[in-house]
Write a protein that binds this ligand. Structure first.
Ligand code: B12
Ligand code: SF4
Length: 468
């Protein structure tokens, strides 16, 4: 195992946490909507236990040069980078460039991709240690050991070139905040928001479901799959964010309405705060919404609910393990309309699954149904915004294994990465993607979702799609 330099003589151990540098051109994309909550949670947790450590966060909007410059300036003892699977290549390039600076430091990786595929990271980069799953306790222990100049080979929850140390049990108390104080909210911007200053909030860790296409490796490795914070602690964080000028909060946990009783308590605590001019968005599941909860959500000024509707076909919804059928989707959309809450609907094309030992997938006729459903919902104001994606089997999902088994794994075509489904031509998929994207773009423009700056990009995208 790499020998960590003797830091005992130094005044403060220096730890740099990093997002891959996406650069300013990534403004307006998901990566710069919010700082990395995983990193902020770790810093929030670790600094209380490690007062002699200096933490720095290299944020996603930095350019590669700025990122490298900062690392050179700080000269950290530990450099810890976080990344998801779709950002693997940029992360690997960043790690190589940071390594080439020739500094004497421990290099650590965490987040979704190092969790699901630590071997890939250790084999193909200069990373010394991967942190698997929830990072707060593991990172704190690792830093303590570096500080004490002790061996880090056996830390639970890590994988290194010598050893896989297995998982560390999940935290039982998640009532604490991310290190918001190190963030300037002006640097982040969300495409759809009523208020300029907006922040994400995570009242729940994990999700009780296991949809076939979903890659949620960090929270599916261990039980319980779902943990909730106390309504009072959530309200305290909201009060703090309001004090920082935040006027819109997106409750970003995978599903807010997982436990109706608890959700109503959260609404009560939010209402007690009496904060003027604060609005909310959240993620909801279609199978769990009650009339009472929809009303309470409206009372706390929740104006937008994001819902993964995925498909308009029960055969598909059952196949992908959504635990919600088309009737649930429609009932939920109607309930939300009744209570004046708008909906951002997410849809997937050409999903696939396995049933009775056979490969099944969404047929072109079924994709037509989904498109028709979306059009009607937009017309009837049941959905305000839509987003489409063509199903891509991502590592960490059940679909990834199904795609491998049936040899339909990802291939890159002009519409992006997708599966090779028997009997469905690429052109057929392209036609459906065109229809879906045009609907999405026109609706986005009509609803003012595409900002002045974004028009050029939207127009380029539309031309590209039409020319396919
Ligand atoms: C909020 C969110 C975002 C936010 C904020 C990012 C963030 N990481 O917080 C935004 C909008 C910016 C975002 C963007 C993207 N996201 Co996102 N996001 C989420 C979401 C819904 C919640 C994250 C969360 O709960 N954070 C709370 C903390 C506590 O959890 P955590 O982030 O996983 O961090 C813990 C551990 O992973 C670990 N850890 C994390 N980073 C590090 C780093 C180090 C060094 C260490 C030691 C440990 C460590 O410790 C943390 C604390 O316990 C998750 C779904 C989910 N439920 O996890 C998807 C999810 C993580 N996102 C995903 C994806 C794909 C993306 C994008 C690529 C989307 C896109 N098309 O651009 C980008 C990439 C962003 C990037 N920086 O690379 C996927 C990743 C799948 C995969 N296999 O890689 C997920 C799992 C959603 C899904 N089911 O598909 N995302
Ligand atoms: S898609 Fe949503 S509901 Fe399904 S497993 Fe993933 S996070 Fe949970």
């Amino acid at each position: 195992m790499k020998q960590v330099k003797n830091v005992a003589k130094q005044k403060k151990l220096k730890v740099v946490f990093a997002d891959p540098p996406f650069g300013k051109e990534a403004k307006g994309e998901a990566v710069t909507e919010s700082p990395n909550l995983g990193i902020l949670y770790i810093i929030g947790f670790a600094r209380e236990r490690l007062p002699d450590v200096q933490f720095t966060y290299l944020e996603p909007f930095l350019s590669m040069d700025e990122h490298l410059q900062k690392v050179k300036e700080v000269k950290p003892d530990v450099y810890a980078i976080s990344f998801t699977t779709p950002r693997r290549d940029l992360a690997f390039e960043t790690i190589a460039k940071v390594k080439a600076l020739g500094l004497d430091m421990l290099m650590v990786a965490g987040g979704a991709h190092p969790t699901i595929d630590p071997e890939d990271v250790l084999k193909n980069t200069a990373i010394d240690v991967c942190i698997v799953g929830e990072g707060e306790e593991t990172t704190t222990e690792l830093i303590k050991k570096v500080q004490a100049n002790e061996s880090i080979t056996d830390v639970a929850g890590t994988v290194n070139r010598q050893k896989n140390n297995g998982l560390r049990p999940l935290l039982t108390d998640i009532d604490f905040f991310p290190a918001w104080d190190i963030i300037d909210f002006e640097n982040y911007d969300v495409a759809v928001a009523k208020k300029k200053r907006m922040a994400y909030l995570l009242p729940i860790r994990g999700c009780p479901n296991y949809c076939t296409y979903c890659s949620n490796p960090v929270w599916k490795l261990e039980k319980p799959w779902i943990r909730q914070r106390s309504p009072r602690n959530i309200a305290e964080e909201i009060r703090y964010l309001y004090g920082r000028g935040i006027r819109e909060i997106y409750i970003r946990s995978d599903t807010f309405n997982v436990d109706i009783k608890w959700c109503l308590q959260v609404c009560d605590e939010i209402e007690k705060l009496g904060l003027k001019g604060l609005t909310f968005q959240c993620n909801l599941r279609a199978n769990k919404l009650t009339d009472e909860l929809a009303k309470r959500l409206h009372d706390i000024h929740l104006w937008l609910a994001h819902i993964g509707l995925e498909s308009a076909n029960d055969r598909v919804l059952k196949g992908i393990g959504k635990n919600a059928l088309q009737a649930d989707n429609i009932r939920t959309l109607e309930l939300l309309k009744k209570h004046h809450i708008k909906v951002y609907g997410f849809l997937m094309l050409y999903n696939a699954w396995e049933a009775d030992g056979k490969l099944e997938y969404e047929t072109p006729q079924e994709v037509n149904n989904t498109l028709e459903f979306a059009k009607n919902c937009l017309r009837d104001n049941l959905i305000e915004y839509i987003s489409w994606s063509i199903t891509n089997p991502i590592i960490g999902s059940k679909l990834y294994h199904i795609a491998k088994k049936y040899d339909i794994a990802t291939h890159n075509v002009k519409i992006g990465n997708c599966m090779r489904l028997p009997g469905i031509s690429e052109q057929q998929m392209v036609e459906h993607v065109k229809q879906g994207m045009i609907l999405q773009l026109l609706n986005g423009i009509q609803k003012g979702m595409i900002t002045k700056k974004g028009y050029k990009r939207a127009a380029q995208k539309a031309v590209k799609i039409l020319n396919m």
